[in-house]
Design a protein. Structure first.
Length: 116
């Protein structure tokens, strides 16, 4: 992890995230992942996503912020257009898929039988 963003703590993340979401609402614009990252003083979305994948309270606060961005965009997409734009945003911005994933092959299953 780079030094930029390394010192973020959960309360600071929550405070900066709330300010970002309030600013978006006042300016009548949707929050974005890069916008949230920049508001937190990070380099961009990749760093935000990397830090959110870690353990701890700070990572949890980052994941909450990412979920708020996702929710705001999903709701806006459904309000604008119940089909095309919602599908585009969900698939390209948040990794949703139209096709249900089939069962994954977990590989061989090893069973150890003991008498007990």
């Amino acid at each position: 992890m780079s030094s930029k963003g390394a010192g973020l703590r959960a309360p600071e993340i929550a405070e900066k995230s709330a300010a970002y979401f309030e600013r978006c609402e006042k300016e009548n614009r949707l929050p974005t992942v890069p916008g949230l990252a920049l508001a937190l003083g990070l380099e961009g979305r990749r760093q935000l996503e990397e830090l959110s994948g870690r353990e701890g309270r700070a990572a949890g606060a980052l994941r909450r912020g990412l979920s708020q961005v996702e929710e705001a965009n999903i709701q806006a997409a459904y309000k604008r257009d119940s089909g095309t734009s919602a599908r585009f945003i969900l698939q390209n911005g948040f990794g949703y898929s139209e096709k249900a994933e089939g069962p994954r092959d977990p590989g061989p299953i090893h069973v150890k039988v003991t008498e007990g």
